[in-house]
Design a protein around this ligand. Structure first.
Ligand code: MG
Length: 306
């Protein structure tokens, strides 16, 4: 069934054959990093930003110039996104905070504490159409010296909603062992949250959970396991225009339908950490994978937000 597609395209459901292109193989764009993460597409600058996390650098890739350093030091930055005003919102392991780049280049620290205690190490972030900033706060970034420095945790891992207008930070869910990447469905009625557990455990959690978002965006319900990733983990994920989920995994990128069914895979030779739709048509999937940056053109576009 995959015979007409490039090597590395694995079709599990006929629907996936319409999501990929017969003449668009996986491309390696750059290599030589320590660990890539946090891809975000900046359409107005026609570039991708991503992290070389343990090297404390945010990198920039453009088609014409390749890779350059965008920011050093990055405060061991991880996941990043843009708010509704287009400003860059970044998770910092070492700073144990979210920070925002203003239009003049100044850096504003947005949030550092919850209930009077320091955050652990914000990992990944999305912005909802109402301007609220949703992020995960596991312990990974403060549990060792490689990705930000070993520090004491002051509270359990959590999923938070931060309102930059009021400064309110609200714990939305706390029953996680390693909350990680997250993404809203196109209608924002669902929130997908990856849970990556502790890789040192015999049976670490390695699944995506799904929550229902209340109409006012103030509450979550549900939270059941949506899909178990095999092999590897869902570290980061994005949603396309049809509500399909594109998740990182140990063998590449997995595409799931909104019921949690695996539709197909784009195999990648190195462990994938995160993905991002980019390009003018938002039909190019950028893939951060171990020491490399990849991309593949798809026959789908990233989701448009309300
Ligand atoms: Mg992550």
């Amino acid at each position: 069934m995959s015979a007409d597609f490039p090597l590395g395209i694995e079709i599990r459901d006929r629907q996936f054959a319409r999501c990929v292109l017969a003449n668009a193989p996986l491309e390696e764009l750059a290599s030589g990093f320590r660990w890539t993460e946090g891809p975000v597409w900046l359409g107005d600058a026609n570039c991708l930003l991503f992290q070389d996390l343990p090297r404390n650098r945010t990198m920039r890739w453009t088609e014409e110039a390749g890779v350059t350093v965008f920011r050093y030091p990055s405060k061991y930055a991880n996941g990043q996104t843009r708010d509704r005003q287009g400003r860059l919102i970044v998770c910092s392991h070492h700073g144990r905070c979210l920070y925002r780049t203003e239009y003049d280049g100044q850096i504003t620290t947005l949030v550092t504490h919850h209930a009077g205690k320091r955050l652990n190490a914000p990992n990944d972030v999305v912005v909802k159409s109402d301007g609220t900033i949703w992020f995960t706060d596991p312990l990974y970034g403060i549990s060792n010296d490689y990705e930000g420095g070993r520090q004491q945790s002051e509270q359990p891992p959590g999923l938070y909603r931060y309102d930059p207008e009021t400064g309110e930070i609200r714990l939305m869910a706390d029953d996680f062992d390693g909350p990680n990447g997250l993404a809203f469905s196109p209608d924002e009625r669902r929130l997908y949250v990856a849970e990556t557990g502790n890789p040192a455990d015999d049976e670490p959690r390695r699944h995506i959970r799904v929550f229902d978002v209340s109409a006012d965006g103030a509450h979550l319900s549900g939270g059941e396991v949506f899909h178990r990733i095999e092999p590897g983990y869902c570290d980061g994920l994005r949603v396309d225009e049809a509500g399909r989920i594109w998740s990182s995994a140990g063998d590449g990128v997995h595409c799931l339908d909104p019921s949690g069914r695996l539709l197909g895979k784009c195999l990648v030779p190195h462990v994938v950490s995160n993905v991002e739709f980019g390009g003018v048509a938002k039909n190019r999937l950028f893939i951060t994978a171990s020491q490399r940056l990849y991309a593949i053109y798809l026959n789908v576009r990233g989701a448009e937000w309300p």
